[in-house]
Design a binder for this molecule. Sequence first.
Ligand SMILES: Cc1ncc(COP(=O)(O)O)c(C=O)c1O
Length: 352
Amino acid sequence: MATECVRSAMKMEIDKLENRGDADNGIQEFKDAAADFMRRQFGVKLDPATEINHCIGSKPALAMLPAAFINPGDITLMTVPGYPVAGTHTKYYGGQVFNMPLYEENGFLPDLDAVPRDVCKKAKLMVINYPNSPTGALADEAFYKKVIDFAKTNNVVVVQDATHILLTYGRKPLSFLQVDGAVDVGVEVHSLSKGFDMIGWRIGFVAGHERIVRAFADIKDNSDSGQFIAIQKAAIVALADTSIPVAIRAKYERRLQKLVAALRELGFKTEIPGGSYFLYVPSPKGVAGGTTFETAEDASQFLIRERSICTVPWDEAGPYLRFSVTYQAPNETDEDELMDALRSRLADDKFI
Ligand SMILES: Cc1ncc(COP(=O)(O)O)c(C=O)c1O
């Protein structure tokens, strides 16, 4: 559940007459709060009037942005594995998706030098996502600089999906917009779903290049009528409270440590990721003396059908299983019991 102060704000705001009615492209107070958050958290200065627009969560923002840039034959550069929404919408507009694989040996960063020249010519959009879902990898400044150079050379608009940004471990979260030149080539999409426990509330924002934000706002204005103002006002309370993401990050990091410890004991090769609440683990090839797995899909089916353990399989860039620590457990004892259940369900399997 969202933090108590956010829920209390919502309870008050829902009763106020002035919060009725369509919000269209959002209330100025929310844009101001988002600008304050970007300045406080990342040192990024944005004009709240022109460089920020709210969205009803990051998913619809990723769905709408291709409308501004994609004509038939244009290409969107996406990563696999990845969050596919912008690619799906690219295809609705007659565009194509070029998949850039994320390999462990490259730190799960796409190899921009491997994008063929004819693809670069037709590319209009590049969608990246760090901290990455599902690999949990982080991008560093050097990678973002490469992205900016690539975008300038090839006239490509960059969309960096920062949905998991506040779930960064071991170092300070890095915004794409902190890097020199980023605001010239793109936008970053933020969400309150993960870092503020506001999943289901549907609130986020698009920030960065003024004309890209304006293009997005124009499409959004013709697609939805804005998030309920009471929710925007509750989100303002969340954005102003620096303690909320700190507590949420600590919870997920602790849970990831417990999961890593349990999986290592069971023979999996894994370590704490740079970010997100996912753990992306090389998929086993089989169980000694038992089933063989051709794909991560096979392994995932074995785990759910035979052992009642839920994972998401990814086979696009090598076989991997994605575990998640988004389970419901009110306290650490329950978390430990869940990890013990994982250990005991897999105790008799020697994974290859
Ligand atoms: C990488 C990524 N982007 C975007 C989203 C959408 O988040 P929301 O629409 O709740 O902001 C998700 C949610 O699962 C995600 O994992």
